[in-house]
Design a protein around this ligand. Structure first.
Ligand code: SF4
Ligand code: SF4
Length: 434
């Protein structure tokens, strides 16, 4: 049975999501003197950004921006954080008065006792795919999610655990606790910020591109992890045979602007992250050729067009053409079949690695967190902005605000700006009605 905490915890604001937008909104509110509770579904704060190599168009180190902000959030005296937790039953009882339940899932490690020493990880005999490295390598079943995780606390992946007890014996802090159960924590808040972000399109849903069938077709996040300083290998390798690729193709709009997969809109970030990766590959593999197959290059932000031109001048080949199909040769190389738009011809080109710039989708289940009051979504399942131009962070529920990509595809600077706006609106709402 879940452990239910009797006392209700009171905060000014609930921030759902501990990625860059959630952290920014929470920090702003906390710095204004409000008490904030962040609920993050994953084991660590940091969202997608903490996994990136560099950011476009400045090529600044992503972790160098994310980690200080996340540490400041984690250490702030006005912020309480629940990781590996979900929000349920948000009820509006009146203006400035909401209740909700936090469901804190068991990680089978006492957070306050764990020192992050990794002893459990070293002795654990079971290896499974590491989702934080996008399945490029394995991880142990007793594990710290990734090197810069916050909190840096181990967890036991109970579904794959064989209950051998080795981790328990190795843990000098006696932090492992297989008796943990889900805790239900009731909270009362005055306002809510939804910063639930997005998820990447599953490329298996794009069968023409052969992801999962052809090992040398990878996603952009799998390439991103090969370009970060904490990369699993010390260079870029193709998965099938560990060979250094010499001729890499990017397929843009993989699952974006595509009615057939139910995502007719532009994901807004794929053109630019592909251009960024192409430049980083040219640094990591100076002899490699990089071709980007595109429909349109959407370089709309500050400095984006110059960044695109820089990639061109570095030698990245941009081919305007819709990729129809990818097939595999016996040696693992891939044949990309595409329509060359300028020449009006169907062509085929051989590459030894293909990267799918898979687009993004709204996260599911946000409306279902609310009980008795409806959080409206737009036709693409993002949180509906009721006044997109004048008040883009307001939602259909007064007192509930949206920050970052929960309201639609957006890049990092726009997510941070949106979080700033959401925190200002939240502060103003709480003050006005207090
Ligand atoms: S659970 Fe124990 S052994 Fe594992 S990292 Fe934490 S303190 Fe170390
Ligand atoms: S009990 Fe489970 S988590 Fe611990 S060492 Fe054994 S397999 Fe790994």
């Amino acid at each position: 049975m879940p452990d239910t905490t009797e006392t209700t915890n009171r905060f000014d604001a609930l921030v759902i999501g501990g990625g860059i937008a959630g952290a920014e909104a929470a920090l702003n509110l906390a710095n204004m003197g409000f008490s904030v509770v962040i609920v993050e579904k994953d084991l660590s704060l940091g969202g997608k950004m903490i996994h990136l190599s560099k950011v476009f168009p400045t090529l600044d180190c992503s972790a160098c921006i994310t980690t200080p902000k996340i540490s400041e959030t984690a250490r702030h005296p006005n912020i309480k954080i629940f990781t590996y937790s979900e929000v349920h039953d948000i009820k509006k009882l009146g203006e400035n008065r909401f209740t909700a339940q936090i469901h804190k899932k068991p990680r089978y490690v006492k957070e306050d006792e764990c020192t992050g020493c990794e002893a459990c990880e070293k002795v654990c005999p079971v290896i499974v795919e590491d989702q934080f490295q996008f399945d490029l390598v394995g991880r142990k079943v007793a594990y710290i999610p990734f090197s810069i995780a916050n909190p840096r606390v181990a967890a036991i992946d109970i579904e794959n655990c064989i209950l051998c007890g080795a981790c328990e014996k190795a843990c000098l802090a006696e932090a492992i606790d297989f008796t943990q159960e889900m805790e239900i924590i009731p909270i009362e808040i005055k306002a809510v910020v939804v910063a639930t972000g997005y998820h990447l399109i599953d490329p298996v849903k794009l069968p023409n591109y052969g992801y999962s069938k052809f090992k040398n077709v990878v996603t952009a996040m799998q390439m991103e992890r090969q370009l970060v300083p904490t990369r699993p290998f010390n260079t870029v390798l193709r998965p099938k045979d560990g060979k250094m690729p010499e001729n890499i193709a990017y397929v843009l709009c993989a699952g974006s602007r595509d009615e057939t997969v139910g995502n007719p809109i532009c994901s807004q970030i794929c053109c630019m992250y592909s251009i960024k990766q192409a430049q980083l590959i040219m640094g990591a593999l100076p002899m490699a050729d990089v071709t980007i197959y595109y429909l349109h290059i959407r370089a709309f932000g500050k400095g984006f067009n110059e960044f695109y031109l820089q990639a061109k001048s570095m030698g990245v080949d941009f081919v305007k053409g819709k990729v129809a199909k990818i097939t595999e040769k016996e040696n693992g190389n891939l044949i990309v079949r595409y329509e060359d738009v300028y020449k009006g011809k169907v062509k085929e080109t051989e590459h030894d690695l293909v990267v799918l710039a898979n687009g993004i989708l709204a996260n599911d289940g946000i409306s279902e967190m609310f009980d008795g009051v409806k959080l409206e979504t737009d036709p693409f399942h993002y949180v509906k902005q009721i006044d997109e131009l004048a008040n883009p962070t307001r939602t259909s529920i007064p007192g509930v605000f949206v920050a970052g990509a929960a309201s639609g595809p957006m890049d990092i600077p726009d997510s941070i700006l949106s979080a700033g706006a959401a925190s200002s609106e939240t502060a103003s709402y709480i003050r006005r009605l207090s």
